[in-house]
Design a protein around this ligand. Structure first.
Ligand SMILES: Nc1ncnc2c1ncn2[C@@H]1O[C@H](COP(=O)(O)OP(=O)(O)OP(=O)(O)O)[C@@H](O)[C@H]1O
Length: 378
């Protein structure tokens, strides 16, 4: 994915003002919403052309953030700037914002064309202008043949594109998509994901989408903003986030074992590793990177080899005695969860699992080569 003319990979937006005046272009928001026990406090910045995905576990606050951007939930603090204007007090219908809701919310009694023409009509276009614009958008979406169809006659993928056309029809400066592919079956999802990616790439203003699905996020967005417990825990390009996860949720999402600890050269002492005796004899991970201070160490489950006996001569610098706590089949692979010397997840073939006689409660040795770990500053 390119970033030409867009937000740089570190997420900063040139010209963003920290205090009073919002950035002259794009989105410059600090969303604070109080919901009793839950508080959303998220800063979001994006330049025109950026596609930002809000990713996070259930209840993290993604939908609340999206609804706050749309003006459907009032801000209790912070501000919402778009193209240099503060929108905090602008009612939702007057904001230059288009929304594609999860279940599309098309008007059932209107044709696809009239659904798309509805917004421009409300914004003062004549009926003929609005319908011409709607026809052009539907054509662009490959839906010219379905312009006269009512929503119930449309497939899930077609309805999704009509909803997108409807959101784009008012030429929004901020496009919001709530779980845009969640309502589709797996096969349709594949096609629609690819089409949506093309439409988003052509969109010249800011797009923000909410998803649980890491694949949707990675394919559709230039930048990921990961939210947990109402706060941003990590943001960056999909590649950065996948390579250098900073929380267990993200590590799990991208399928990595992740540890936080303290590096002393090639040795990382994993946090919480002191066994209470004060001797600090907890797990260490040997890495190829030479670092000092707080770090993360990550390695994929496929980098772990399991052995029934302690390997006598092994090139793997890392060896831990572990107990299997759970096993799950993934295609022709078995994913095993282990605790003991180190808490980790290992992938192995079903044949290897059978040969090892692996079962919950089994004791094994886990090895990982230093070269297959990746350490980076915390
Ligand atoms: N109308 C509401 N009133 C009070 N609390 C709410 C309301 N809507 C959501 N919440 C709470 O706000 C928190 C965030 O919810 P939100 O729906 O934004 O999360 P989410 O990340 O979108 O989750 P999901 O992926 O499950 O949709 C949750 O703790 C939820 O219970």
């Amino acid at each position: 994915m390119t970033h030409t003319g867009k937000t740089p990979p570190d997420g900063t937006v040139p010209g963003t003002a920290a205090g009073g005046t919002p950035a002259a272009e794009g989105l410059d928001a600090h969303l604070v919403v109080d919901r009793g026990a839950f508080r959303l406090d998220v800063a979001l910045r994006a330049a025109p052309g950026d596609v930002v995905a809000l990713l996070g576990p259930n209840g993290a606050g993604k939908t609340t953030a999206l609804r706050a951007l749309a003006g459907l939930v009032p801000l209790d603090g912070g501000r919402l700037g778009l193209d240099g204007r503060l929108l905090d007090r602008t009612p939702p219908e007057s904001r230059p914002v288009g929304v594609v809701f999860q279940d599309y919310l098309l008007f059932p009694h209107l044709s696809a064309l009239d659904n798309v023409a509805f917004g421009p009509r409300c914004h003062g276009a004549t009926k003929a202008e609005a319908r011409a614009l709607a026809a052009a958008l539907l054509e662009r979406m490959g839906l010219a043949d379905h312009a006269g169809a009512k929503p119930r006659k449309l497939s899930g993928g077609q309805a999704q594109r009509v909803a997108l056309a409807r959101a784009l029809a008012t030429r929004p400066r901020l496009l919001l998509l709530d779980e845009p592919l969640a309502a589709l079956d797996a096969r349709t999802r594949l096609d629609v994901r690819a089409q949506l990616r093309r439409h988003l790439a052509d969109f010249e203003a800011v797009a923000v989408l909410v998803t649980h699905d890491p694949l949707d996020a990675m394919v559709l967005a230039d930048r990921l903003v990961v939210i947990e417990h109402g706060h941003v825990v990590q943001e960056g390009t999909p590649g950065d986030v996948a390579r250098r996860p900073r929380t267990d949720y993200i590590a799990h999402l991208v399928g990595l074992n992740l540890y936080q600890g303290r590096a002393d050269g090639h040795t990382v002492h994993v946090d919480g590793s002191d066994d209470g005796t004060g001797t600090g004899t907890g797990p260490v991970i040997v890495t190829t990177e030479d670092l000092t201070g707080p770090v993360f160490v990550a390695f994929p489950p496929g980098a772990v080899t399991l052995h029934r006996e302690r390997p006598a001569a092994s090139s793997a610098r890392n060896q831990w005695r572990c107990e299997v706590t759970g096993m799950e089949a993934h295609g022709d692979q078995i994913r095993a969860d282990l605790t003991g010397g180190l808490r980790l997840t290992a992938d192995l073939t079903t044949v290897a699992a059978a040969e090892l006689g692996l079962h919950p409660g089994a004791e094994v040795w886990a090895t990982v080569k230093a070269a297959q770990t990746h350490a980076y500053p915390a």
